[in-house]
Write a protein that binds this ligand. Structure first.
Ligand code: GDP
Length: 195
C-alpha cells in the first residue's frame, strides 16, 4: 500500500454521526492507551493525524480517518479503563454494538494488544465477540520496542494462547516507535481490502 492521502473525517458517538458509506472500513479496537492512535499515525506515516496520549477513557468516540480517498480506518473508543463510571461503560457497549451491527462496510477489525501483557479479560471478550459475529480479526501486538527481541516469542505465544489463536506467527509484532511491523501491516491491510 502506498499512502497518498490521509485525512481525519469526523468523530461520532452514534450512527447519525457516521460519515456516509464510501469504500471499505477497517476498525481498530483495544484497551485505552494501548497505542491505537500511534499505530495509525505510524501506518500512514504522519506524526499526529490521530490524536495520541489522551487521558484514558476520555475519548469515548469513534474517530474516522479516510485513506487515499478509498477506504477508512475507524479508531474505536478504548476499553478497560477501570476508573470510568458504569454509565460510561454502558455507553461504550452501546456504541460498539451499534457500530458492529450497523456498519455495512466493515471488513475487519485490527485488535491492538500490548506485547508486554497477557490479554485482559476485556481483550479476550472483545476477541470472542468479534469471532462470534464472524468479523475477521487481526491481532497486532504493539510496543514491541519496550521488551527485548529475545522475549517476543514467549510473549506472543502467551497472547495467542489467551486469545485461542492457533499460531502466534499470525500476530503482527509492531512498534509505533521504531516502525517494526509496518510493512507487514500494510500487506495485511492490502489483503483485507482486496477481499
Ligand atoms: P491509544 O489510547 O490506544 O490511542 O494510545 P496512544 O496511541 O495515545 O498511545 C498511548 C501512549 O503509548 C502514548 O504515550 C504513546 O506515545 C505510547 N506508545 C504508543 N505506541 C507505542 C510504541 O509502539 N512504543 C512505545 N515505546 N510507546 C508507544
Amino acid at each position: 500500500i502506498t499512502i497518498r492521502k490521509a485525512e481525519f473525517v469526523t468523530s461520532a458517538v452514534d450512527i447519525k454521526g457516521y460519515p456516509e458509506l464510501t469504500g471499505p472500513e477497517i476498525a481498530l479496537a483495544g484497551r485505552s492507551n494501548v497505542g491505537k492512535s500511534s499505530l495509525i499515525n505510524k501506518f500512514i506515516n504522519r506524526r499526529n493525524l490521530a490524536r495520541t496520549g489522551n487521558t484514558p477513557g476520555k475519548t469515548q468516540m469513534l474517530n474516522f480517518y479516510r485513506i487515499n480517498d478509498e477506504w477508512s480506518f475507524v479508531d474505536l473508543p478504548g476499553y478497560g479503563y477501570a476508573k470510568v463510571s458504569k454509565e460510561i461503560k454502558a455507553n461504550w457497549g452501546k456504541m460498539m454494538e451499534e457500530y458492529f451491527s450497523r456498519r455495512e462496510n466493515l471488513r475487519a477489525v485490527i485488535q491492538v494488544v500490548d506485547i508486554r501483557h497477557v490479554p485482559s479479560v476485556e481483550d479476550q471478550e472483545m476477541h470472542a465477540f468479534l469471532r462470534n459475529r464472524g468479523i475477521p480479526v487481526l491481532v497486532v501486538a504493539t510496543k514491541a520496542d519496550k521488551i527485548s527481541k529475545g522475549q517476543w516469542g514467549k510473549h506472543l505465544s502467551q497472547i495467542a494462547k489467551a486469545l485461542h489463536i492457533p499460531d502466534w506467527h499470525m500476530i503482527i509484532t509492531y512498534s509505533a516507535e521504531t516502525g517494526l511491523g509496518v510493512p507487514e501491516l500494510h500487506e495485511a491491510v492490502e489483503e483485507i481490502l482486496s477481499m
